[in-house]
Design a protein around this ligand. Structure first.
Ligand code: FMN
Length: 422
């Protein structure tokens, strides 16, 4: 018969019950929780800038829906005691197949922006891709990063600026270049318009109401924001990174073609991936121009609204590149370790996340980004065990059930360059 608890044990039990709640970050158990925390700590304008998508946000939702429509097919009674999440992408070793994707102006969320994100990435054994529209220069980020760093390039309509950015990334010691090709023009983000979150922010009904209802949030955020680099785009500072004209020159190019990519590849000379591929035809062209990788991406639903979810087109694109050696990365809507497993099973080598790490930053700076990575790692690790596999490299389509239309939608596209040269 068990003895009743002693006085000491009673006291310990009571202490456990009345122990103060752990800090909010420790109470965040999912990326969704981190998002809610960021929401509570950021004014609506800054939050919606990250959270929102283009026009009706069809593609934003399609990214999530594409993951939700895929289910797992698991194996049981497999010895899974030793699990290995490690892999590599574009020659960079990774402790897990999750990379921090490029996002512009993260200083709107936290003054340490990419400095914090890159430190968190390296501590977790992964890597950050610093955006052309970064809040800190890629050199400043490299200076605090004791590990690998990537750079994301928006090819500019000013070739001098493109060269300047490529040289800057090389000088900073970046180990891979991600070239974003889905920004011929800016995406129509209507939440930003409603919130007055434009190149010159203005008062609107939404942001005034938010300020009146949550003045504390605005003040705390404002004080934090003043400690950082502000609205300035550090990598293009010499090219007008302080004003809207400079931003547009750097971020968008209506005349960019595949020929321009070849020029960038030659100047860079290192591992290069093309980000924004949504068709097998373009994936084949990426292979032809000598890309080492592609990122299947619709820019997180922030550019062309109406594109399908990225996971939906992944199998077809992976098939198109089979045997070429071109690595297939993917982003868009990845919120769980299980989503990473689904993407790997359907043909990706690794995943990029964007909003999740930026929410982490808004929630708690570097600790918030670390928390996001820890959550995703734990979820992916558990998913592998429950699927009955011990390595991320063992995932294949047999571990999923996915709708018939995944991967057969783009055969109608011509494999041409649209007149832009090969
Ligand atoms: C706030 C924000 C800023 C972004 N800025 C860039 C950018 O400067 N360059 C780029 O290639 N992609 C940018 N993206 C797109 C992401 O890299 C990525 O493709 C997409 O957001 C991934 O989807 P997810 O946010 O659902 O993870 C940005 C995304 C967000 C949310």
């Amino acid at each position: 018969m068990s003895r009743p608890p002693s006085r000491g044990q009673h006291a310990a039990l009571l202490r456990g019950l009345v122990r103060p709640a752990p800090p909010a970050l420790q109470r965040a158990h999912s990326v969704g929780d981190i998002r809610r925390l960021a929401r509570a700590r950021t004014p609506i304008m800054a939050f919606d800038f990250v959270d929102g998508g283009a026009e009706d946000e069809l593609t934003l939702r399609a990214n999530r829906a594409a993951f939700e429509r895929v289910s797992f097919s698991s194996r049981v009674l497999v010895e899974v005691a030793d699990r290995d999440l490690s892999t590599s992408a574009l020659g960079t070793p990774l402790s897990m197949p999750v990379i921090l994707g490029p996002t512009g102006t993260p200083a709107f969320q936290h003054p340490d922006a990419e400095l914090a994100a890159s430190r968190a990435a390296v501590a977790a054994g992964t890597v950050l891709a610093v955006s052309t529209a970064g809040s800190y220069t890629v050199g400043e980020v490299a200076a605090v990063t004791e590990g690998p760093l990537w750079f994301q390039l928006n090819p500019s309509n000013d070739p001098g600026l493109t060269d300047h950015l490529v040289d800057r990334a090389r000088a900073a010691g970046c180990t891979a270049l991600i070239v974003t090709v889905d920004c011929s023009v800016g995406g129509p983000r209507e939440r930003d318009l409603r919130n007055g979150w434009t190149a010159s922010p203005r008062l609107t009904r939404t942001n005034v109401r938010d300020a009146l209802v949550h003045p504390d949030r605005l003040v705390r955020w404002g004080l934090r924001f003043r400690r950082g680099p502000g609205v300035h785009l550090a990598n293009i500072a010499e090219y007008g990174g302080h004003d809207a004209v400079g931003w547009i020159t750097a971020m968008f190019d209506e005349r960019q073609t595949w020929a321009g990519l070849e020029r960038i590849r030659e100047r860079w000379g290192g591992p290069l991936a093309i980000k924004g591929i949504m068709s097998a035809a373009d994936a084949r062209l990426a292979a032809e121009v000598g890309a080492d990788g592609i990122v299947v991406s619709n820019h997180g639903g922030r550019q062309l609204d109406g594109l399908p979810g990225t996971l939906e087109v992944l199998p077809e694109i992976a098939d198109a590149l089979a045997g070429t050696g071109v690595e297939v990365l993917i982003d868009g809507g990845i919120r769980r370790g299980g989503d990473v497993a689904k993407a790997l099973a359907l043909g990706a080598r690794a995943c990029l996340i964007a909003r999740p790490w930026v929410w982490g930053l808004g929630a708690a700076g570097e600790a918030g980004v670390s928390r996001v990575l820890a959550i995703l790692r734990a979820e992916l690790d558990r998913t592998l065990a429950l699927l009955g596999v011990t390595s991320v490299h063992d995932l294949d389509r047999s571990f999923t059930r996915y709708p018939d239309n995944y991967g057969n939608r783009y055969e109608g596209h011509q494999s041409g360059t649209g007149g832009g040269g090969a």
